[in-house]
Design a protein around this ligand. Structure first.
Ligand code: ADE
Ligand code: ZN
Length: 337
């Protein structure tokens, strides 16, 4: 890739719409928090932990990801983790970020919902003041847990309803189809929350369809397997349902073997509203710009594709219409359009 395109990818204004804040915990911070909190880890050093980041599929990653999150105990821990991510996002010229958080990972360990949400939220407010970087939160339900558990979590979240903009569905996809959560999502819709779900990452295209039909989601997280179903692909394109694609995640979790095998360009060519995101940047080898750079290195993508992806990221975001106009204007100005 030439230096100009590289520079464009790094400097263009962008939104990041698919990242799990617990997936931004770098090994160094995991060890620092473990020490601060007296939590014992099953790894002797940062290096040993990093060496364990060789995943064979989604579940092998999730096992380590949940172990890493066990060091988070206090509001300050959640603040520090979020602040570190927002600093990196700012370095990558992210103007708006939507952060997933997994309350059940923490409430199951006896950490209160309040501790989790207040720590994360306070960091987002500081980032807005310091860098004019906007960040909002999306609460995820863990799909390997029960519907009842999700309802309890939703109930717990209600006093903090003003601190998050939507709900999502994550964790082990296979064997946990969207319909398991249809009733919870219906209630979230009544509450005026935005709705998204992971679907078609490892799971089949039917999960994308049921996420749309039964959960009524507005975006699909991942969704890369949609191309296996031409009718579904046409529907996603026609209805402009955004896909929040995470290239490095897909490669690390063996959805695709190598960067050159990724279907990002095919998704764009199918007319889909594709966005590029980092998913769990501390675990998958890079933050959002690294995802752009590796894809543009591997595939015949050019500056027009960069423009499209930057626009898509704001089009697909849950910002208000005035902010959307402002951000799209920043993109157009950057690209001289
Ligand atoms: N939780 C964190 N990262 C995830 C992913 N890529 N898929 C499902 N659940 C997740
Ligand atoms: Zn994800």
């Amino acid at each position: 890739m030439d230096a100009e395109l590289r520079n464009v990818l790094q400097r263009m204004p962008k939104a990041e719409l698919h990242m799990h804040i617990e997936g931004s915990l770098e090994p160094e911070l995991i060890f620092a928090l473990a020490e601060r909190n007296g939590v014992k880890l099953n790894y002797a050093s940062v290096e040993e932990l990093r060496r364990a980041y060789a995943f064979k599929d989604l579940q092998s990653f999730l096992d380590i990801y949940y172990a890493g999150a066990s060091v988070l105990l206090t509001e300050q821990d959640f603040y520090d983790m979020t602040w570190a991510y927002l600093q990196r996002a700012h370095d990558d010229n992210v103007r708006h970020a939507e952060l997933f958080f997994d309350p059940q990972t923490h409430t199951e360990r006896g950490v209160s919902f309040e501790t989790v949400v207040n720590g994360i939220y306070r960091a987002t407010q500081d980032a807005r003041r310091k860098w004019d970087l906007s960040a909002s939160l999306i609460m995820c339900f863990l799909r390997h847990l029960s519907e009842e558990d999700a309802f309890i979590t939703l109930e717990m979240s209600l006093p903090y309803r003003d601190k998050f903009v939507g709900v999502g569905l994550d964790s082990s996809e296979k064997g946990h189809p969207p319909e398991k959560f249809a009733r919870v999502f219906a209630q979230c819709k009544e509450l005026g929350l935005h709705l998204v779900a992971h679907a078609g990452e490892e799971g089949p295209p039917e999960y994308i369809e049921t996420a749309l039909d039964l959960l009524q989601v507005e975006r699909i997280d991942h969704g890369v397997r949609c191309l296996e179903d031409p009718e579904l692909t046409k529907r996603l394109a026609r209805d402009r349902v955004p896909l929040t694609v995470c290239p490095l995640s897909n490669i690390k979790l063996r959805v695709f073997d190598k960067a050159v095998d990724h279907n990002l360009l095919k998704l764009l060519d199918a007319g889909l509203v594709v966005t590029v995101n980092s998913d769990d940047p501390a675990y998958f080898g890079g933050y959002v710009n690294e995802n752009f750079l590796q894809m543009f290195d591997a595939l015949p993508l050019n500056k027009e594709h960069a423009y499209q992806l930057a626009r898509n990221s704001f089009e697909a975001s849950f910002v208000d219409s005035e902010s959307r106009r402002k951000y799209l204007g920043e993109v157009d100005t950057f690209f001289g359009k």
